[in-house]
Design a protein around this ligand. Sequence first.
Ligand SMILES: [Zn+2]
Ligand SMILES: [Zn+2]
Length: 392
Amino acid sequence: MVDTAKEDTPGGDVHGGGVTGLREPEEDWAHRDRWEPGAHRSVGTGLTEIDGNRAHRARLGISQSPARNGVLLVVKALCFDETLKLETHRPDPEVGEGEVLVSVRLAGICATDLEIAKGYMGFRGVLGHEFVGTVLRGPRRWQGRRVVSEINCVCGRCEMCHRGLSNHCRRRTVIGIDGRDGAFAERIAVPERNLHGVPDALRDEQAVFVEPLAAAFQVIRQSPIEKRMRVSVVGSGRLGLLVAQVLQTTGCDLEVIGRNEMTLNFCERRGIRTTPLSEVRPRADKDVVVECSGSPDGLALAMRLLRPRGRIVLKSTYAGGAAVDLAPVVIHEFDVVGSRCGPFLDAINALACGQVDVESLISRQIPLDRGVEAFAMAADPRYIKILLKVNP
Ligand SMILES: [Zn+2]
Ligand SMILES: [Zn+2]
């Protein structure tokens, strides 16, 4: 006789691993022998709990339950899998060895997220890598602390890690970008080594910018800028505005080129000279051009702005899709430098001493529940930065 109830009993072995293979020693699933569909309830902390058993975990696609006290926790999360959608019962993140569980407070949507949501990077899972949160579970020194997290999760053992280039770890995963769930969720597991404490003086609305601002600081880490240098930033979007403010701290002769009047006005208010794209007359006299437009046209313009032996810094991860004529690089012997993640401490310090204004870039703060709508807004040039309010 077929046991039709089998799937919903603790004995139901959907993954074929046997009961002992799935059971966690600290839990006693045998006492939770029934799962009733829809038996969700909220607990005081704002967490959602489900009376769970293994079969239910199997339905959710997990073999190792992140359950606590025999209760299966789930999170709301903005996920990409063919399409972008809000999942309301995603399993709580598994916290691996050396990792902490963070309650996400506020998260930022950036161009990389928009690209991933178009399917360009082949990522499946929870999106989001710019966030500030509070440590829920982890070593005592972190518990309850407000933190930001570096996004590269590294092995610490490969030759890149040994060379001090762990952002290029051969075995890295990247939060919300490559092989690891991201921060557009109520909770996220991140390696403890990735954490940085947020000073009390910084508001969440500032701290949420630490990751992209660190990426902006990477420009001057890789290419020291002196006061006498002529520098252009091509592109006045979210990233361009951060890069411009970082360059401004060097006192160089700076200009931002863009097509968005609103963002150019922001620069002017900050004392940064701007040129609307339509009025640019390239004179091949710039020492450094930072390409932040993410378009092949931006790169072509950068090459026309630059003096011979000048340096182009590429900040956009998605400029490479179209064919670009690289002959000028050879003819004029340009330096071309790719630039990605950067130093978190520089970003935290710059925010703490008010060197960089990020809060004026915030156009809207949208609840996670309306995440799909928030993505549409982030892609709309009438808005600059869209933040997701997760656990305010
Ligand atoms: Zn980003
Ligand atoms: Zn490594």
